[in-house]
Design a protein around this ligand. Structure first.
Ligand code: ARG
Length: 234
């Protein structure tokens, strides 16, 4: 493996926060998804087997998982942001995203400005929560914080909140499987996902180097497009 060591020998241990379909979710007792396929490209290159660790999202964005040596890298549909860059090392961007709004189908809600006096679900520690917080005063909604994506989107389905904000990819995926819900707005937050690792660490930097190489190759040889099609269907 070219001098690279990992927290569990022979493995590439990957922290994530389940469930964030189609990026990471469990199917037939296995964690699968777009992110898993991306990290697998690098693992294969290094002769390692991917092992997934499910952990609170904030343990990842603060870098706590790396200082505690819980995993070698983190793949969690995680947006590259300035504050997070202070705490962790990011790979090259591998996916573009923007915030979006999910409601019950036919709700009449068209954006944050339709939510005055209503309840908006947000996912804890995410860029969606940050965006909703920034716009709360101007739009007069009440924020309800959920620990993961399924709790938020199912609260929309059940009518416990009027809308939920989250990344466009996961909300379109949910709406496709749940036609009683729909995505009614996208906000141009211009986000990019990166794979995270320990900052200022030669070994972690080498792993991210391999990941960046594998990603560049996959973009060139069509593998990236195949993975994209597999999880997004277009
Ligand atoms: N992209 C958003 C962020 O970085 C949400 C990511 C949530 N990921 C997850 N696996 N739960 O804040």
């Amino acid at each position: 493996t070219g001098g690279i060591t990992t927290v569990s020998s022979g493995n590439l241990t990957v922290c994530t926060h389940l469930t964030y379909k189609p990026f990471e979710f469990n199917q037939d007792g296995q964690t699968v998804g777009f992110d898993i396929d991306i990290v697998n490209l690098a693992a294969k290159e290094m002769g390692l087997t991917v092992q997934v660790v499910d952990i609170d999202f904030e343990q990842i964005t603060t870098g706590a998982v790396f200082t505690a040596n819980r995993c070698d890298i983190a793949a969690a549909g995680m947006t590259i942001t300035e504050p997070r860059k202070q705490a962790i090392l990011f790979s090259d961007p591998y996916f573009d995203a923007t915030q979006a709004l999910l409601t019950k189908t036919g709700s009449g809600i068209t954006g944050l400005d339709s939510l005055r006096g209503k309840r908006l679900g947000v996912q804890t520690g995410t860029t969606g929560q940050e965006y909703a917080t920034k716009n709360a005063e101007a739009n007069g909604y009440e924020m309800v914080v959920f620990d993961d994506l399924p709790l938020g989107v199912n609260a929309v389905k059940a009518g416990r909140v009027d809308a939920a904000i989250n990344d466009n990819g996961v909300l379109y995926d949910f709406a496709k499987d749940n036609p009683d819900t729909e995505v009614v707005a996208e906000f141009d937050t211009g986000e990019q996902y990166g794979i995270g690792a320990k900052k200022d660490d030669a070994n972690a930097t080498a792993i991210i180097g391999k990941l960046n190489e594998a990603l560049a190759t996959a973009r060139q040889d069509g593998t990236y497009d195949e993975i994209y099609k597999k999880w997004f269907g277009t």
